[in-house]
Design a protein around this ligand. Structure first.
Ligand code: T1G
Length: 696
């Protein structure tokens, strides 16, 4: 008996306890332990079996680290079928999150009891997969096709109450899973309850599966797994159980071989790895019990909202009592959204807005806070003035953070008497929604200040990425490069609308020009003006975009940008003036426009993104390629199933990408200069993932 599944007899009940921290993943030893445990219970005369998890949770799924390796028997579907086929009454007691294979194990037992906070789900689609251990065959038999398709294709978790109402579990009881499980198993024995094999239940009524498949494929924006989930549930309606299981396994194995599975599992582990930095090992963050926010505009109000929702009291500083009151209203508006979504109730809303939030226009109110984030106008002079005041009023050890999106944090730090306490915390708008936080570490930032930046990010539910100081840090620096590549394609013949469509087809939620309209074309305009004095004369810089803004078209906020929003807020109707400006500029430059295929557009756009990503890693602005990936998954709408730009590049092949860049350089060897790190990796036959492993 392997020690990851403990075995003991309590009266007529054999107890199998999973002991495989941290999440009781169903690795090979656990699977073997379950099969051996069931056999042992049958051999030594037990009348019932209880399966539960020690530690934080029931089985949280297959062991994802085993994916990509040759699967070892007993395979999980066989474990599930061995459990269900037992002549004994098998009971599972659930707590924590019974996910994926964990839910499949539970569905193969005859009765299921859960603690009130238990949750279940089939999140395999979030890994580019479908349930591959009979989940798509048993669940529809229990709850019908529509509900099963919703759970399989959404990957969402369900609470115990919903699970009880749906009939997925039989009972909810307070107490430790072991105790409530033993009591329930004993009760079932005394009631002489029958075995209840879900697989023997009748096949559920079918639906129009082709329609469901097409709708799911469209909704997934290129992600295959949810649509495959529909086909697997279809098999539960159309095939005998064993054949349905075989069909499910075939679909599962097909997905296991896809790049999408590779990309999403890379995203899963990188999202956890990105905040694990060797430099922070053993470094305790400073106390973090209250924060100050300077500036109650969209960003400041968003940051304050995120902090309040994370249980941190906030002192919100604005210039005047009226501005402070307006900031409070903005925050209250954000929090009303949380009430509408059921994240907080009205009482909590009142507490947060009336007690936890202190609007003020007196910096002296910041004297006790542990950390202050300024989100004032993006001007170095204004920032320095704010930091001068913070330096004077904040207590020793308080952390002074700037939310700047590109200004030099070293210069800001140098303007204070305590540069070691200064850090950049670059939130993305809206700050209470977007998960990305760039923790910008300046030259003199103390290591425990960096640790506190990551601690704040964790408290706020952010994905925090360490960034070095440069113009644009990681995300915006790379953004400026691939946006320029897009501009160059426009000068040479592509239209903004071709480019937006190509990138949406690639998997982005929106193309770069629609995004520009959303965030405001004046932001890019001001960046171009700011960089103009330092621009290399060899750089190709378009003028059409500036003229568009100078004509007053700043995007959605003015009703016109690249798209015409007079009919509503969707970027679908091109603004006819845009092509007029582009054609005029091409004519002025004597350019004969050429056609760009979707593939060419994507290759160039991505080549610019990856090449700059390689520079950013090579210069140490980002610690690892996975850091760049996380920035783009959580801050720029990059399609998760591709894992991020650097993972995508590994899967395309770095040598092919370098060859693309060199071919583009024939027309513009200033813009298309291969990043040294990219050339080095190609020369060594290594990948970005190899660098991630080196840094682990
Ligand atoms: N396999 C391997 N490692 C896992 C794991 C898993 N399933 N789940 C978590 N870990 C690691 C994680 O990498 C981290 O490691 C540590 O455990 C703590 O995780 C056949 C094929 C369960 C809700 O998709 O959603 O079953 O960083 O930081 O915030 O049909 O982990 O410490 O080294 O996330 O408390 C389906 C994925 C698999 C669940 C806990 N199951 N995990 O969250 O801790 S596919 C999942 C989670 C499957 C079958 C199919 C969360 C959690 P490290 P954590 P947490």
């Amino acid at each position: 008996m392997t020690d990851v599944i403990g075995y003991e007899r309590i009266g007529d009940i054999a107890v199998l306890a999973a002991q495989n921290p941290p999440v009781n993943a169903l690795g090979h030893a656990v699977r073997q332990g379950l099969v051996d445990g069931i056999a042992r219970a049958e051999a030594d005369g037990a009348k019932a079996v209880l399966i539960y998890g020690e530690g934080t949770t029931f089985f949280a799924g297959a062991d994802i680290r085993e994916f990509g390796q040759t699967p070892k028997e007993p395979h999980l579907p066989d474990v599930c079928n061995a459990i269900e086929a037992s002549p004994l009454i098998v009971v599972s007691a659930l707590h924590g999150t019974a996910l994926g294979g964990g839910m499949e194990i539970a569905l193969s037992t005859h009765y299921r009891i859960a603690v009130p906070k238990a949750r279940m789900g089939l999140p395999e689609v979030n890994l580019g997969l479908i349930p591959g251990a009979t989940g798509t065959q048993r669940l529809p038999r229990l709850i019908g096709v529509e509900k099963a398709i919703d759970i399989v294709t959404s990957g969402r978790q369900l609470g115990a109450k919903d699970l009880l109402d749906m009939g997925v579990i039989d009972r909810i009881a307070d107490g430790a899973p072991r105790e409530i499980g033993l009591a329930y198993a004993q009760e079932l024995l005394e009631a002489n309850a029958p075995r209840r094999a879900v697989s023997e239940m009748p096949a559920p009524a079918p639906i129009d599966f082709d329609a469901a498949y097409e709708a799911t494929l469209k909704k997934g924006r290129g992600l295959l797994a949810p649509a495959y989930g529909v086909r697997a549930v279809q098999a539960a309606c159309e095939l005998p159980f064993a054949e349905g299981v075989a069909r499910e396994r075939a679909l599962f194995r097909e997905l296991m071989e896809t790049d999408q599975r590779q990309g999403m599992i890379h995203a899963f582990f990188s999202e956890r790895q990105v905040s694990k930095l060797p430099e922070l090992k053993g470094v305790d963050p400073r106390p973090l019990n209250s924060i100050g926010v300077i500036g109650g505009g969209t960003m400041g109000a968003g940051i304050a909202t995120a902090a309040l929702l994370a249980g941190l009291p906030v002192v919100m500083i604005e210039m005047t009592p009226e501005a402070a009151a307006a900031a409070k209203d903005r925050i209250a508006g954000n929090l009303q959204g949380a009430v509408k979504r059921g994240r907080i109730d009205q009482a909590k809303f009142e507490t947060l807005t009336e007690k936890a939030l202190t609007p003020s226009n007196d910096y002296a109110d910041l004297k006790d806070v542990d950390l202050v984030v300024e989100a004032v106008f993006e001007d170095m002079g204004v920032k320095k003035e704010v930091f001068g005041k913070l330096d004077a009023v904040c207590k020793p050890g308080a952390i002074l953070a700037s939310n700047t999106s590109y200004l030099d944090v070293d210069e800001i730090a140098a303007s204070t008497s305590r540069p070691a306490d200064v850090i950049g915390l670059h939130f993305f708008s809206p700050a209470h929604v977007m998960k990305l936080l760039e923790v910008v570490v300046a030259d003199k930032t103390a290591i425990d200040v960096t640790a506190t930046g990551f601690e704040l990010g964790k408290r706020l539910g952010k994905v925090s990425v360490r960034a070095g100081v440069c113009d644009g840090f990681i995300g915006n620096r790379i953004l400026s490069k691939y946006r320029t590549a897009a501009d160059h394609m426009i000068l040479d013949g592509a239209s903004p609308y071709d480019i937006d469509k190509a990138l949406v087809d690639f998997g982005f939620a929106m193309g770069p020009f629609a995004v520009g309209d959303l965030s405001g074309l004046d932001i890019g305009y001001m960046t171009r003006k700011r960089l103009a004095p330092h621009r290399d004369p060899r750089e190709r810089v378009s003028t059409y975009a500036d003229k568009l803004v100078e004509d007053g078209h700043k995007g959605q906020k003015t009703g016109m940008g690249y798209y015409d929003y007079s009919a509503g807020n969707r970027a679908t109707v091109p603004n006819p003036q845009v092509m007029e400006l582009i054609e005029a500029e091409r004519a002025e430059r004597g350019i004969t426009p050429k056609t760009f295929s979707e593939d060419e557009i994507v290759r160039r756009y991505m080549a610019a993104m990856v090449n700059e990503g390689a520079r950013v890693v090579g210069e140490g602005i980002a610690k690892r390629p996975l850091d760049v990936d996380m920035v783009f998954l959580f801050g720029y709408g990059f399609p998760r199933y591709r894992g991020g730009p650097m993972k995508w590049a590994d899967m395309v092949g770095l040598a092919e990408l370098l060859a693309d860049i060199k071919s583009y350089a024939k027309d513009d060897d200033f813009f298309w200069q291969p990043a040294p790190l990219l050339e080095q990796l190609v020369a060594e036959g290594r990948t970005f993932d190899d660098l991630n492993k080196d840094a682990a």
